[in-house]
Ligand binder design. Structure first.
Ligand SMILES: C[S@@+](CC[C@H](N)C(=O)[O-])C[C@H]1O[C@@H](n2cnc3c(N)ncnc32)[C@H](O)[C@@H]1O
Length: 348
């Protein structure tokens, strides 16, 4: 008899056919979630050790040679590659590794998702102490600023930055100050218009260092100036960046709403006073109702989760508009993308 058939008969005898089938269905549900966790961690480890990028560049890599060159444990590396081979992400055969189609796809648009999530990994690692009130976000746990900037840059250029850029281009803005500029990806996109000059400020040292490195590589230092600075120092910014006709802020304001809207409202009023002629172009995520996400469980689910765990408040769309209008600005243009829960506003 076929040995597999024999095994099925044996299992049916000891467990019963109906129960066996029900168990299989339930396990496959659980495995989907567990596998997502294991796969994500394996991908992070291969991204951080540089293997995935080398596979993209070279096509095939000898693992023993790679482990030796990067001082890695070959046996552990082989185990990870064997696992991902089983999931058809990689092909690992006779010591040589390459990307399968699925792996190549993961390294394209979805890569930003893995990078962004890696930025929040310290929060998920400490989720239980956070729940038990043993640790607090901001005091005992912090996200990785550089990975957050990298991930939001990678994801941003796929859609949100194009939306903001469209508003900048269509309004004819030429001198742009970007608050919380992250890895500069948005300003690189703006610079595709040769008439635009940009300034970026960000208060995170690691992010600014990373952005400076990218600026050098992009050969755009004559068009973009970046500095480490606090956007709340509005008066100083107005002296330095006197000539800007637009101030952009992509996904920055929500970081300051945990104690209500007063901080951002005061900030907006100060900006209006010191930059009376500049328009503000703001992109912010907006809260989607639970009933909506139950029907359409987009990536907004994860986005809402890691923002709320890190005290970043995402307002419903109506409250964003109320905040802008009560702070002295008129919303002259508004575009919403419910698919990603992101809104774009030109304020004057
Ligand atoms: C979610 S990230 C968005 C980065 C970038 N705008 C993008 O969309 O890719 C928020 C950025 O704002 C920066 N930031 C937060 N508070 C800031 C402040 N007070 N002054 C300047 N930058 C700030 C953070 O360091 C981070 O790079």
């Amino acid at each position: 008899m076929n040995p597999i058939l024999e095994q099925i008969r044996f299992m049916r005898k000891i467990v019963g056919f109906g129960r066996l089938m029900r168990m299989r269905k339930k396990h496959s549900l659980g495995l989907g979630y567990a596998r997502g966790y294991v796969t994500t961690i394996c991908l992070w480890s291969l991204l951080n050790t540089g293997l995935l990028d080398e596979l993209r560049e070279k096509g095939a890599v000898n693992l023993a040679e790679f482990a030796d060159r990067n001082n890695l444990d070959l046996a552990a590396l082989e185990s990870v590659c064997e696992y991902l081979d089983g999931l058809r992400v990689l092909r690992f055969e006779q010591g040589v590794c390459s990307l399968q189609k699925r792996g190549t796809t993961l390294m394209e648009e979805p890569r930003g998702l893995f990078d962004l999530l890696y930025g929040y990994e310290p929060v998920f690692r400490d989720l239980e102490p956070l729940l038990r009130k043993i640790k607090t976000y901001g005091k005992d746990i912090t996200r990785r600023g550089e990975a957050v900037a990298k991930g939001s840059g990678e994801l941003g250029r796929q859609l949100p930055f194009l939306a903001v850029r469209e508003l900048v281009f269509s309004n004819g803005f030429r001198r742009v100050l970007d608050l919380g500029c992250g890895d500069l990806e948005f300003l690189f996109l703006l610079c595709e218009n040769p008439e635009i000059i940009c300034y970026g400020i960000d208060n995170d040292a690691a992010t600014v260092e990373y952005a400076r490195k990218r600026l050098k590589e992009a050969n755009l230092a004559h068009r973009i100036t970046i500095e480490q600075g606090n956007m709340f120092a509005v008066k100083e910014a107005a002296q330095k960046f006197r000539d800007v006709d637009a101030i952009t802020a992509i996904d920055v304001f929500h970081e300051y709403l945990s104690n209500g809207t007063d901080t951002i409202s005061f900030f907006l009023r100060t900006v209006k006073r010191h930059f009376p002629d500049a328009s503000l172009v703001v992109a912010e995520f907006f809260k989607l109702p639970q009933s909506w996400l139950r029907r359409i469980p987009t990536v907004t689910l994860e986005h809402h989760l890691f923002h709320s765990l890190t005290n970043q408040v995402i307002l419903p769309i109506g409250e964003w508009v109320k905040l802008f209008e009560s702070s002295g600005y008129q919303v002259v243009e508004k575009k919403l993308l419910h698919a990603i829960g992101h809104g774009y506003f030109v304020l004057k």
